[in-house]
Ligand binder design. Structure first.
Ligand code: F6P
Length: 525
């Protein structure tokens, strides 16, 4: 990609117009700076993009080979070069007649066989034919996993609450004993099924929680009951077996599925238990529709590409450090946390695919909370703070509670009002000369709008963001599919554990030694 293209984008950003003036000059701005795909509307008109800057960004995308790189991902080329792996979460939602080769073998039949297996298991748990050790149905299911083995199923299960008609779902991720203890306190071991979800089956948090859960269950029901009350989701089938889980209760996936991209695989088992196989297939079909859109729509009308171009405009052109994810949808309460992993673990990189320092700022800080709650918390800084934070709103045309339709009108009005406040602001004279009440305005926002948060839409929203992350990574020439940045902390925790346990002397910096002494010595007493 030529430096000139980046220079063009940066020069255009340096003289970016006031967003308000763009609306004044062009009555048609909404139509021209919004796009539809797979039943989703993306409105990016409330940004400072112009025809010229959008054209420059599209040039950048073409120069970066976004289309070629996209096709390489979909066809199973080894694009995760640091781990020598294909990246094929899209194969998990591919049609049954597709052919996607990894090392010369079509993976789609394996995907469908595994899908059928874990959906059959989910239906059997829901129907009670897979039952507890006393032969009665499970009423509660606890998923034990962390990162991608937790956030995806936890977020989607919460989002699709109106579709729940199976056992109650619980999620334990944190190694903090509080998480497991607070969850188990409410549960009856005789009625509880555990899913141990870990791609590697070595993650210390998950293995620790799984071991303690196993102990809790065996203490109440006896060691013989363990087999009936545990199942596993992992690529490490031998390790699951060593934990004591029977082969027909182990659901695999593949090394070409990254943890944060795995909710479509058997990692989605808790979702399937909550909403059933038909709804789970609709969730996959929604994602497939977005995949099709990403693969075939021209870049100018391609939702993930447009989202990525706006992201790069804000991050690299205008130098904004963060993006706020603001769903006006209470059931998306874990969506920001989910996208935080998807985005920051993928694009929080400082070297290029070739290992050279990057020439541009990469992934921004991603944070957020559902509206309207966020309005009464951190929006103050977004409206009047010294940093500009592009806000990305999500809103449904319809809620799931027709009897409470007035709430939804109020929700929509609030969402629109926030975007308008960011755009228009309030001048000193409008504020009665009081500088404390001035809103600068000209602050950018985007909105992704959809009809209703049903399983298919949930699939589309996730796939949209996955492909946005992919496209941004392609523009920055970084590998979005490894996560070496999580390793050092894990290694140091292993080394520090004996020090914390008092079995070894701290051979570290004086701060670490002082803290160990406070937490494990006289200071904590
Ligand atoms: O935090 C690092 C990470 O490897 C994530 O990428 C992953 O989703 C999570 O840990 C859990 O890993 P596993 O599924 O192997 O337990």
């Amino acid at each position: 990609m030529s430096q000139t293209d980046w220079t063009d984008v940066k020069n255009l950003a340096a003289s970016a117009p006031d967003i308000r003036s763009l609306f004044t000059a062009d009555a048609d701005r909404f139509t021209r700076f919004s796009a539809h795909g797979a039943g989703i509307l993306l409105d990016y008109s409330k940004t400072s993009l112009t025809d010229e800057s959008l054209a420059a960004l599209l040039r950048l995308a073409r120069e970066a080979g976004v289309e070629t790189k996209r096709d390489a991902m979909f066809t199973g080329e080894i694009i995760n070069i640091t781990e020598q792996r294909a990246v094929l979460h899209t194969a998990l939602r591919a049609p049954a007649n597709a052919s996607i080769l990894v090392a010369g073998r079509n993976v789609v039949p394996d995907v469908w066989e595994t899908l059928d297996r874990f959906l059959t298991f989910a239906e059997a748990v829901r129907g009670g034919s897979i039952a507890a050790s006393d032969g009665k149905a499970f009423t509660d299911v606890v998923n034990i996993g962390i990162g991608g083995s937790d956030l995806g199923p936890a977020m989607v299960t919460g989002a699709l609450a109106p579709y729940h008609d199976g056992p109650h779902l619980h999620f334990v991720s944190n190694v903090d004993s509080a998480h497991l203890a607070d969850t188990l306190r409410e549960l009856d071991p005789a009625r509880t099924l555990f899913i141990v979800a870990s791609k590697t089956f070595t993650t210390v948090e998950t293995m620790t929680n799984a071991g303690s859960a196993r102990h809790w269950l065996a203490k109440a029901l006896g060691e013989d009951a363990v087999g009936a009350h545990f199942c596993a989701v992992s690529t490490a089938l031998d390790k699951c077996a060593a934990f004591g889980i029977a082969p027909d209760r182990i659901f695999g996936f593949w090394d070409w599925v990254g943890g944060r991209y795995s909710v479509w695989s058997s990692v989605g088992l808790p979702v399937a238990i909550a909403i059933g196989a038909t709804n789970f297939r609709a969730f996959l079909a929604g994602a497939r529709e977005m995949d099709e859109h990403f693969r075939t729509a021209p870049l100018e009308q391609n939702l993930p590409v447009l989202l990525a171009l706006v992201g790069v405009w804000h991050r690299d052109g205008l130098g904004y450090p963060a993006r706020a994810i603001l769903p006006y949808d209470q059931r998306l309460s874990r969506f920001a946390a989910y996208l935080q992993q998807l985005d920051m673990e993928s694009n929080g990189k400082r070297v290029t695919r070739e290992g050279e320092p990057v020439a541009h700022a990469t992934g921004p800080l991603v944070f957020g909370e559902p509206g309207t709650n966020g309005q009464h918390a951190f929006y103050q800084l977004i409206h009047q703070g010294t940093d500009v934070i592009p806000c990305e709103f999500y809103i449904a045309a319809q809620g799931h509670e027709p009897e409470l339709a007035a709430h939804h009108d109020l929700l929509i009005a609030n969402c629109l009002a926030q975007m308008q406040a960011l755009l228009l602001g309030r001048t000193l004279s409008e504020a009665g000369g009081n500088p404390h009440r001035v809103f600068p305005g000209n602050r950018p926002s985007l909105v992704t709008a959809y009809e209703k948060l049903d399983p298919a839409t949930m699939g589309k929203l996730i796939a949209l963001y996955e492909h946005r992350v992919f496209t941004e990574a392609a523009l920055w020439n970084i590998n979005a599919f490894d996560q070496w940045g999580v390793e050092l902390g894990k290694e140091l925790a292993t080394r520090l554990l004996p020090v914390v346990e008092g079995k070894q002397k701290a051979a570290a910096d004086s701060s670490t030694a002082g803290l160990v002494s406070f937490l494990r010595g006289s200071g904590a007493a």
